[in-house]
Design a protein around this ligand. Structure first.
Ligand code: P5A
Ligand code: ZN
Length: 478
């Protein structure tokens, strides 16, 4: 490796934290040097990854949701209406207290999430049965004065890419089905990022402030910790009562509506790049990659033929709908490989005079490093089917890794040891004390009850030894 490249190389992914921070800069995702703690800047390359990711969630939601946009500022009196919600967020809210030098009559909260911005309007919009179900979403920035360790894309004080959906239904059961539907949408969204997620029902002490219950999706990060990458909350009629969201039922009575909300953030991107990336940099699923194919002409002297063939190849692939880059810049091929590997380009094509004579190009896969010769006659179809295969392989590999690292445990000490590698699946007696003891003694928490839990199984809670018939995931979390 040339000196210059060595200097620029990433630390090994085994040192996950350092690797991650370095990757954000060298992979041109985020600049972490912005002078406010917990706030970061999207590089244009990272922003185009973000665009591709958020187009996927938009497409999934647009089938039966509508996109909207509410104000960032929430008046204190609205924010302070729902008691549980206030308790959950009061330590995290940024307040706007002045307009210029004049103190405001009513303080304004920067939304930490938008329930209290949206629901006063829902009161005005919901009149009858016919107005439901109402399913809106917005993609906005939200602000949370996080006191835990902040990390780019993972724990932000300005969440730049908060996708929040808010739905209203006539019955509790309809709202419950919507929560399940939200989890199906998120699971499919993550499938399209080649990220396997585990869905589980959070224990009561960990549910969203103001909710009846919360179902969350978690991703397993390379260091064995889990990252909560999406949540769906059944709000019951708790907010409807607070914000007076009612409709006239068939008997002509005014009754409260039932609500749900569900959200994801740029944590989705954190999980995706962390799970697939390697020591050479980003490994992006083809659907996400801003550049899907890079073409590198191998030129020795003046070789107009090679350049022309590369141009033609680029056009052919672009006509097939692919995002293609030709790198004919002045730097050495090795340095170009390094550069595009760092940026996660799924397929690299090299074409030199000898390849051209054979009517072929050399193809290299970013995810496996495998190389093969492909004929220029069939290259379009080969690249298209390979991109599809790369996606499936990334998902299968990640899925296998998660399955390998879920450990069914009965003994406390075994569980403790396994939590260094991944997720423990244990029987839980249902007592909060046992859940909290896990946090105190081993810094791990109950994620929740898997949504695909089989009925009728039983075992012993490793914390207290009592009989239990509920299994839960336990993990160290971000
Ligand atoms: C659901 C949408 C809510 O706020 N209100 C509207 C509900 N839920 S939540 O669980 O609090 O947040 C939803 C998801 O956002 C991510 N998230 C964060 N991402 C980055 N930085 C943060 N500080 C942060 N806080 C929450 C999580 O993935 C969470 O599941
Ligand atoms: Zn117990």
């Amino acid at each position: 490796m040339a000196e210059q490249e060595k200097e620029a190389a990433l630390p090994s992914k085994d040192n996950f934290s350092e690797w991650y921070n370095d990757l954000l800069m060298k992979g041109e995702i985020m600049d972490v040097r912005y002078p406010v703690k917990g706030l970061y800047v999207w590089f244009p390359f990272g922003f185009s990854i973000r665009r591709n990711v958020y187009n996927i969630i938009r497409k999934l939601l647009d089938k039966d949701h509508q996109e909207t946009l509410f104000p960032l500022l929430i008046p204190e009196n609205e924010f302070m209406k729902e008691a549980e919600h206030i308790k959950g967020f009061e330590d995290e809210v940024y307040w706007v207290t002045h307009g210029g030098t004049t103190p405001l009559d009513v303080k304004l909260a920067l939304r930490p999430t938008s329930e209290t911005a949206i629901y006063p309007m829902y009161k005005l919009w919901i009149r009858s049965h016919a107005d439901m179900p109402l399913k809106l979403y917005q993609i906005v920035n939200t602000f949370r004065y996080e006191t835990k360790h902040t990390r780019p894309l993972i724990r932000l004080r300005e969440i730049t890419s908060f996708k929040e959906a808010h739905t209203v239904h006539a019955t509790w059961e309809d709202a419950a089905s919507q929560v399940d539907e939200a989890i199906r949408i998120y699971t499919e969204f993550y499938r399209q990022l080649a990220v396997p997620v585990l869905a589980s029902r959070r224990p009561d002490w960990d549910k969203f402030p103001g909710a009846d219950y919360t179902i969350a999706t978690d991703a397993l990060m390379p260091d064995g910790k889990t990252l909560q990458v999406g949540t769906a909350h059944h709000l019951g009629d708790n907010f409807a009562k607070t914000f007076d969201i009612t409709y006239e039922n068939t008997d002509g009575e005014q009754v409260y509506a039932y609500q749900t909300c569900y959200g994801i953030s740029e944590r989705s991107i954190a999980a995706m790049i962390s799970i697939h990336g390697d020591d050479k940099g980003l490994v992006l699923p083809p659907a996400i990659a801003p550049v899907q194919v890079v073409i590198i002409p191998i030129i020795f002297k003046e070789s107009q033929d090679v350049l022309e063939a590369c141009e033609n190849l680029k056009v052919t692939l672009e006509e097939a709908g692919l995002r293609v880059k030709m790198d004919a810049s002045d730097i050495r091929p090795g340095a170009k490989y390094y550069k595009w590997e760092m940026r996660g380009v799924p397929v690299r094509l090299e074409l030199g005079p000898r390849d051209l004579k054979n009517n072929a190009a050399m193809l290299a896969r970013r995810d496996t490093g495998e190389k093969q010769q492909v004929s220029l006659d069939t290259i379009k179809d080969e690249v298209l089917s390979l991109l599809y295969k790369i996606h499936e392989d990334l998902y299968d590999k990640a899925k296998a890794r998660v399955q390998e690292r879920i450990f069914e445990c009965e003994e406390f000490d075994v569980m403790k040891e396994k939590l260094n590698q991944g997720i423990a699946k244990i029987f839980w007696c249902g007592n909060k004390e046992c859940g909290l003891k896990l946090e105190d003694e081993i810094g791990a928490g109950i994620l929740g009850i898997p949504t695909d839990q089989a009925e009728g199984c039983s075992g012993k809670c490793p914390v207290c030894g009592l009989d239990a018939n509920t299994q839960v995931y336990v993990a160290r979390t971000y």
